[in-house]
Ligand binder design. Sequence first.
Ligand code: PBG
Length: 345
Amino acid sequence: MTIDPARFTVSADVRDIVQGRRLRRPRQADWSRRLVRENSLSVDDLIWPMFVVDGEGRRDPVPSMPGVDRLSIDNIVREVERAARLGIPAVALFPYTDDRLRDETGSEALNGNNLVCRSCRAIKQAVPEIGLITDVALDPYTSHGHDGLMSGEDIVNDASVAQLCGQALVQAEAGADVIAPSDMMDGRVGAIRASLDNAGFEQVQIMAYAAKFASAFYGPFRDAIGTSAALKGDKRTYQMDPGNSNEALREVELDLAEGADSVMVKPGMPYLDIIRRVKDHFSVPTFAYQVSGEYAMLMAAVQNGWLDGDRVMMESLMAFKRAGADGVLTYFAPRIAERLQGGQS
Ligand code: PBG
């Protein structure tokens, strides 16, 4: 249906008001929209989080994360090769630990031959040029599913920090380029920095999960690494309260003072305001994590035919850029990279 504009009488008043206010003018053509676009998304903005599982030839789908698999080391190496071909700068590894290896203290985290360390060595050998990020937190390794050590109902801070330093060291020895503490214990960034430096790993970076909130959006991730059933209680005594914003600046300030090279806000889409504040306040490399629940939420609607997958994926990533993020950890990374490689924005 089209109308004939001539059939509508537009008064001189209306024309006077509209003149000089025609913001639609630059929106008329694609070339013009591209020219005036303030933010853009590039493959350089992407970090691909991946799940690794023991065994060979394995590619186990994570039911709550359609399109995401747990991969055995042989397959993860193949996917990291694909990431490198696509130009993705870095990948982040998360292990699914065999139940028999989980214990009260997460001792497997300090085993220099654990799944993550073996993955690092295999990846570094096959794809030395890609950035390799490993997660420091005890939850994949503890029988209670917490990121630190438990004493009664408490997650004890300082003893946990000592354990996390040991975990960071075995990861650095295995070839990790970036240590990413996601545990939210106080003082862990400084302690890990000192441990790394003392062991000669001055060049290993720290990407601090600085403002990490106690969020319900981590559910599918806990399925993926097998901690959902095990987790006793919740993580509210160490992860941030979703009602807080000023406190995020204090967390970031401390992590930077302790030696973090970059900081992260997590989750992503519900916390875009925090990303903007952190970026404006500190002007340091700031990353966002579009977490498992955000991915699951979009994919569930896409699978129902309620949302256009490619469009919501690109729009959600653009929102992170607009909020000030320098990069985003996202399970969409390979799909976005493929789309960008095809010349579509
Ligand atoms: C745990 C950790 C979590 C995520 C990354 N590291 C979950 C949690 O804190 O329980 C979540 C990532 C995601 O949901 O995609 N140290």
